[in-house]
Design a protein around this ligand. Structure first.
Ligand SMILES: Nc1ncnc2c1ncn2[C@@H]1O[C@H](COP(=O)(O)OP(=O)(O)O)[C@@H](O)[C@H]1O
Ligand SMILES: [Mg+2]
Length: 350
């Protein structure tokens, strides 16, 4: 009896849907490759573009030059060994600064299949399975190339090997490296590994050597923070007092994800005001002194079909009007967001 049976069955169904969408014949794959295919993502579905990533111009430029261009023009550049894309790219830097966004945008722009590798899917509970999975990752990636194998938090998977490593883990790592070397020696291969980590120091030297393209994705500068704020707030209504330059100045040390949280909190101040006012209105509406806006149909004739309470409809349209007239985000809202995020960051360092 396999306790992971249900999980595997679900993954298999997911994989089949994805393979069909990508036009890949599942019969050309073995059972392990089909299981790994559950981690395939159709990059055309990513709702991410370069324009949505603020700052990081050097990283974007480097990736366009060294990964996207060679992948898209692979056959045209067939004769040049120097123009091949690198087999390993490492995106490193503090959390929340856009590493995952960059990897997705790279897959989308290059048109490569995107295979998202998770630690849990590799360290299978069953001895021997992990190695079959590693083989399946590389074989599947090869069969459906061009493919980007994305390993988020690569340090948790391939950190410096030590004597405490479980035998299966250490064998899996060695096998991973061997397959990786296979990519290095196969000039026709269009498979690239992109790893992301917050902790570059923890990575095995052997891994670092296999990743000649290493790009630092760091905390944004004030100018970049301004740009990121503009991107995050582009679809929002802003009050006339909003000064994003000032917000960019007061958010020293904030990551892109912190800035996103600032904006989310700022936007939600108005929502809580809205909820408070509608709650007050609802309360007023239930006062016995206030006459009903419309007579409920049910009270005039029991033969009428149930169509709901029309006063609800009036309330709904009132609510909609209020929602549509929700005030813009103000500078004070943004400052409140900054304070809250700042205090969360400070707690982390306590
Ligand atoms: N440079 C950036 N431009 C715009 N948004 C960003 C940027 N960096 C981070 N974000 C926001 O933070 C979220 C998390 O980013 P992510 O790519 O997952 O960071 P990382 O992988 O480095 O931890 C994104 O979904 C986005 O909302
Ligand atoms: Mg990430």
């Amino acid at each position: 009896m396999d306790p992971t049976y249900e999980e595997k069955k679900k993954a298999q169904t997911q994989a089949k849907v994805m393979l069909k969408r990508l036009g890949i014949d599942e019969h050309a794959l073995n059972e392990y490759e089909v299981a790994v295919a559950a981690n395939l993502v159709d990059p055309r579905c990513f709702d991410i573009s370069w324009e949505q990533i603020g700052g990081l111009d050097n990283v974007k430029k480097e990736l366009k030059q060294t990964v996207i261009f060679p992948l898209k023009n692979f056959t045209l550049l067939d004769n040049s060994k120097l123009m091949k894309p690198p087999r390993g790219v490492l995106l490193y830097g503090p959390p929340g600064c856009g590493k995952t966004m960059i990897a997705k945008a790279t897959a989308k722009a290059s048109g490569a299949n995107f295979l998202f590798v998770e630690l849990s899917s590799m360290l299978d509970k069953w001895y021997g399975e992990s190695q079959k999975r590693v083989a399946a990752i590389f074989n599947l990636a090869h069969k459906i190339q061009p493919t980007i194998i994305f390993i988020d938090e690569i340090d948790s998977l391939l950190r410096t090997r030590n004597t405490q490593d479980h035998e299966a883990t250490s064998m899996m790592k060695t096998q991973f490296m061997n397959y990786w070397d296979g990519l290095l020696t196969d000039s026709k291969s269009q498979v690239i590994i992109i790893g992301a980590t917050n902790n570059r120091q923890a990575l095995d030297q052997a891994i670092l050597r296999r990743m000649p393209c290493q790009l630092y994705v760091g905390n944004p500068t004030p100018e970049q923070r301004y740009h990121i704020l503009e991107i995050i707030l582009c679809d929002e209504v802003l009050g006339p007092d909003v000064d994003l330059l000032a917000i960019a100045q007061m958010t020293e040390g904030f990551s892109g994800s912190d800035l996103h949280e600032v904006c989310r909190l700022a936007a939600s101040v108005r929502i809580s005001e809205y909820i408070d006012t509608t709650a007050a209105d609802d309360k007023e509406g239930t006062e016995p002194s206030s006459p009903p806006l419309l007579q409920p149909l049910s009270s005039s004739s029991s033969a009428q079909p149930e169509t709901g309470d029309p006063s609800d409809k009036v309330c709904d349209s009132n609510k909609q009007d209020k929602l549509e007239n929700l005030r813009g985000i103000s500078q004070t809202d943004l400052c409140t967001g900054v304070d809250k995020v700042q205090s969360n960051i400070s707690k982390l360092f306590c």
